[in-house]
Ligand binder design. Structure first.
Ligand SMILES: C[S@@+](CC[C@H](N)C(=O)[O-])C[C@H]1O[C@@H](n2cnc3c(N)ncnc32)[C@H](O)[C@@H]1O
Length: 255
């Protein structure tokens, strides 16, 4: 869209890695939009979302890498969000849509949220829409060949481990726990799982659906794992049986 109107910022979910896990809507928007934005890669590498969408992008499209530093400092982050929102607004105010592609789902612990909130705070007239997609726990379950949850099971997703007590409480309350950003806390988590006798029912999935995906199904012998950032842990901690949950794994089918 172009003209007198303000363009729309679309938060488009790029999915967990396999470029075929984009939705049809995401694909259409990515191919129609004059401007496609994504988190900039580091050290000369493509960003993760950028690599996912690359096969689908037409020539002659403006590509806008936005810098989101990998730091905790609120002031540095705020400055980066303002800078990114300003870059996006440059196109929106000229009536051009901007499609921002983000890894996984755009509403699930996503950079897109900060970009959209900053844009709308600084430019109240800005229009924002979100296109949902496949988030990493769903992709991980699919790659494991297991349901994420069944029947009455309670699912808890922890965005990261800020305190050991958080994981202990989640294990007590849920049947299935997904721990995001497990890489930096894996050794501590392993100790808890060992104490709770849950190592055999825990799985780590690295870069689910990406070409270099790795799966660790039983962590009993894996007290030390050097995991990359795109890793998550799934713990089956309820009383439901593994065989019930595993019915669609061909190697474990019942009967
Ligand atoms: C900032 S969150 C982004 C989540 C993403 N928006 C989603 O929908 O899954 C980053 C964390 O998500 C998890 N993650 C994202 N993609 C993954 C993948 N393909 N395989 C395994 N874990 C993934 C990892 O735990 C990683 O540390």
């Amino acid at each position: 869209m172009a003209g007198d109107q303000i363009g729309t910022l679309w938060g488009v979910s790029a999915g967990p890695g396999d470029p075929e896990l984009l939705t049809v809507k995401a694909l259409r928007l990515l191919q129609e939009s004059p401007v496609v934005a994504f988190p900039a890669g580091r050290q000369g590498q493509l960003g993760v979302a950028q690599a996912i969408i690359q096969p689908w992008l037409p020539a002659n499209q403006v590509q806008l890498p936005l810098d989101f530093p990998f730091v905790q400092d609120p002031a540095v982050l705020e400055a980066a969000w303002v800078q990114a929102a300003t870059q996006v607004w440059h196109y929106l105010q000229r009536g051009q849509d901007v499609v921002f592609a983000t890894e996984g789902d755009a509403s699930f612990y996503s950079t897109f949220t900060y970009l959209a909130q900053t844009l709308q705070r600084d430019h109240a007239e800005a229009l924002v829409q979100t296109v949902p997609g496949v988030c990493s726990p769903l992709a991980a379950a699919a790659q494991l060949g297991e349901p994420l949850t069944i029947l009455q099971q309670r699912l808890v997703v922890l965005p990261a481990l800020y305190a050991i007590a958080d994981l202990e409480a989640a294990i007590d309350q849920a049947d299935v726990v997904v721990l995001m950003k497990v890489a930096s806390v894996y050794a501590d988590v392993w100790q808890i799982l060992q104490r709770r006798n849950l190592l055999a029912q825990s799985r780590v999935i690295v870069r689910a659906t990406q070409p270099d995906e790795q799966i660790y199904r039983d962590l009993s012998e894996l007290s030390q794992l050097d995991l990359p950032y795109f890793s998550l842990l799934m713990i089956e901690c309820g009383s439901s049986s593994a065989t019930t949950r595993a019915t669609h794994r061909p190697d474990l089918r019942l009967g």
